[in-house]
Design a protein around this ligand. Structure first.
Ligand code: IMP
Ligand code: MG
Length: 180
């Protein structure tokens, strides 16, 4: 597993290396291209965590699309706070449009549930979730993401956009919290 890295007070070991991640991201983009063909979807990227995934996903997505961002926050340290804080307004008109929410990870599912509920009020043509990571054991929602990259155990991960108290987002690989 290589030498662990230290972020703040914790150690993390290599979990999914960059080339594996990019392979998976490319196949997600291919699936989306087939499903959305001429639909000109809106990719709605959930900041901050999904910025790196979205950048790679959209480089592999070679059809017309719009890209917009929303900033939501629910995590502190290693745990969900149980409430979703919206820190930025929605800057695009989603009425009658096909929306693909781009998330780094679906954990409890609270973030996508709250975002989906709010978006529905704006009458989009459709809403689907595309998440790089999915933790089924932590999931409390009803509908799992339609587009999932890696299904992972209920352990804290970081890197490739995901942080531990704002550190680690710039790592190109994914890391997992090391048990002592
Ligand atoms: P949910 O609302 O519980 O599904 O959590 C969604 C958000 O919490 C994600 O978009 C991440 O930003 C953050 N999160 C959940 N699990 C992890 C993790 O293992 N590492 C880093 N961030 C996480
Ligand atoms: Mg996130």
């Amino acid at each position: 597993m290589g030498v662990p890295i230290q972020i703040h007070d914790k150690q993390f070991s290599l979990f999914i290396p960059s080339d594996f991640i990019l392979n998976e991201v490319e196949s997600l983009a291919n699936r989306l291209e087939l499903d959305y063909e001429e639909k000109n979807p809106i990719f709605l990227v959930v900041l901050n965590g999904a910025f790196m995934f979205a950048a790679d996903l959209l480089k592999f997505y070679n059809k017309n699309c719009d890209i917009s961002f929303i900033k939501l926050s629910s995590y502190k340290g290693f745990e969900s706070t149980g409430t979703v804080d919206q820190q930025m307004e929605l800057l695009i008109d989603v009425k009658d449009r096909h929306v693909i929410i781009v998330e780094d990870i679906v954990d409890t599912g609270l973030t996508i549930e709250s975002l989906t509920r709010n978006l529905k009020k704006l009458n989009p043509a459709s809403i689907e979730i595309c998440s790089l990571l999915f933790k089924p054991e932590a999931f409390k929602g009803t509908i799992p993401p339609k587009y999932q990259g890696f299904v992972i155990a209920n352990k804290f991960v970081l890197g490739y956009g995901l942080d531990y108290n704002e550190r680690g987002r710039n790592l190109k690989d994914l890391y997992q919290l090391k048990e002592n």
